[in-house]
Design a protein around this ligand. Structure first.
Ligand code: SAH
Ligand code: SF4
Ligand code: F3S
Length: 480
């Protein structure tokens, strides 16, 4: 899964002594797509409650941070940022500070000690309550709140909040599915795997899947609002609904894909992340008969050494991971494969690392996220002996990055001269005159001559140029 900071503007009104009429909320999201999706839901609740979204922290009445704990760096960034934003209260004492997400679940009460100005802290199963807590405090400057208890799965009813009406006055493109061509859909929560390095099972709880009908209804609702591509989210999506068993040789996940595939008006389906465990042939075959399934899979490998995989408690052999990649490429020859790799896991020798590098060269990934192992307190790997020194982690990180980039750039360059189908998402961040979109392989393309009326359309684009990771192309309606 992708991880990285992502500012989502959210904000509220004029102050009549103590009562704000249209408060402004600033939301910053760290972590993976699950957090992005949770932020979208919370932002929509604020908008519906009469707040406006702002990307400018200096004018915020509410600062909300959705946090990640997967690596120490992610936690430190959020803590640092929340510390800095304390200054806002000097000018406007009413400012409300809130945190939600995995770091709240992980640190619980100690967050209030670290951040004395924090007003609200809501765990991963309580994000749907953030709006009410914040709103109450903003109106009355009530006492601080901590809510980390387990809750029943809440995905379904939160979705109802993302109304078109509520999202019209937002500047935050995460909130308005009506104007977006692509949306995230959470199909399950939690994780039961307990990989020895990972905090996620502790922050997101046990694995639980949404009913197939609920997911299908949500996708239909999104399609009615103009969404053309969905990305199904889960920690191990291919374990979706495994308690419902196999029917006619198909897992619940494949049955879900088929149902979603049938939805008229939906053009593309993506999912993240799959896991080699439970990745059955029915899912491989889906790439043959479900054309809406995009030609990209983000398939975390973590390590190319069986010894390290075992220490990581990843219950598969490196050979079976490679075999799965090969089978998928047979089923869908243009499949782009990306991955997650951890370097410097405790006990990783240079030999282990070289096996990982060899796998990178063998699979020829379209791209890879490389992470230096970060000990997470309370996880088994953090207690292991033979922790790898930071200097070695960094060396391996740089070495592997060079290998990954070389392959990724060559693959992008090979696309120059071809025509690709692009789902146009909107103006490019760096130049608003140009449109951007993605290929089925999930490669971003800047359309040099594209105009806003292409947004939400699937168009043919001839790739003219590639500068490293960015592809540039021209709109080419007659090309095939
Ligand atoms: N559920 C997904 C991964 C979610 S976490 C899966 O199992 O594939 C996203 C990525 O963060 C992981 O794939 C892993 O590469 C990385 N990661 C998780 N814990 C980490 C840690 N303690 N240190 C460094 N990277 C970590
Ligand atoms: Fe973490 Fe492993 Fe679960 Fe992925 S499968 S979320 S890496 S415990
Ligand atoms: Fe995602 Fe980070 Fe939580 S990766 S699940 S936001 S710990």
């Amino acid at each position: 899964m992708r991880n990285g900071p992502n500012a989502v503007g959210v904000s509220s009104p004029l102050m009549d002594n103590r009562i704000l009429i249209m408060p402004k909320v600033y939301i910053k999201t760290y972590g993976c797509q699950m957090n992005e999706r949770d932020s979208e839901q919370v932002a929509a609740m604020f908008v519906q409650g009469g707040y406006t979204l702002t990307g400018n922290e200096d004018e915020a009445d509410v600062v909300l941070m959705n946090t990640c704990s997967v690596r120490d760096q992610a936690e430190q960034k959020a803590l640092g940022k929340m510390g800095l934003l304390r200054k806002l209260r000097q000018q406007r004492p009413h400012v409300v500070y809130a945190m939600m997400g995995c770091m709240v679940q992980n640190r619980q009460q100690s967050l209030f000690d670290e951040l004395p100005h924090l007003d609200v802290a809501a765990g991963t199963q309580k994000y749907h309550r953030v709006f009410a807590y914040v709103d109450n405090i903003l109106k009355s400057r009530q006492e601080r709140r901590m809510d980390c208890l387990e809750d029943v799965f809440v995905g379904e009813h939160i979705c109802d909040v993302a109304s078109e009406e509520g999202s019209q006055n937002t500047i935050c493109d995460h909130v308005n599915p009506g104007q977006r061509s692509s949306a995230f859909v959470s199909i399950m929560q939690g994780c039961d795997m307990k990989c020895s390095y990972c905090i996620v099972p502790y922050t997101r709880g046990v694995e639980r899947s949404r009913p197939i009908d609920d997911v299908v209804d949500e996708v239909k609702m999104l399609v009615d609002r103009g969404v053309r591509e969905v990305t199904l989210l889960g920690q191990i999506v291919n374990r979706f609904g495994r308690e419902w068993g196999i029917e006619q040789g198909k897992s619940a996940f494949v049955r879900l894909l088929e149902r979603i595939h049938d939805i008229e008006g939906l053009w593309r389906i993506r999912y993240t992340s799959p896991h080699p465990i439970g990745f059955r042939d029915d899912l491989v075959q889906a790439y043959v008969y479900l054309p809406k399934l995009c030609s990209h899979i983000h398939f975390p490998m973590q390590s190319g050494s069986n010894r390290i995989l075992k220490l990581m408690r990843r219950p598969y052999k490196h050979e079976s991971y490679i075999e799965l990649c090969e089978k998928m490429r047979q089923a869908r020859p243009d499949l782009a494969i990306t991955t997650d790799i951890i370097v410097g896991f405790p006990g990783e020798t240079d030999e282990d690392y070289q096996e990982t590098k060899k796998t990178v060269e063998r699979i020829q990934y379209d791209n890879a996220f490389i992470f230096r192992y970060s000990p997470r307190p309370g996880t088994p790997a953090s207690e292991m002996e033979d922790q790898v020194p930071e200097r070695i982690k960094e060396e391996r990180n740089q070495d592997l990055l060079a290998a990954v980039n070389k392959i990724a750039i060559a693959k992008n360059q090979a696309l120059v001269g071809t025509t690709q189908e692009i789902l146009v998402e909107g103006p490019s961040k760096t130049n608003k005159q140009r449109m951007t979109g993605r290929t089925s392989q999930n490669k971003p393309v800047i359309i040099l001559d594209g105009s806003v009326d292409l947004i939400g359309k699937l168009v043919r684009v001839r790739i003219d140029e590639c500068t490293g990771f960015t592809l540039y192309g021209t709109y080419c309606p007659g090309c095939d």
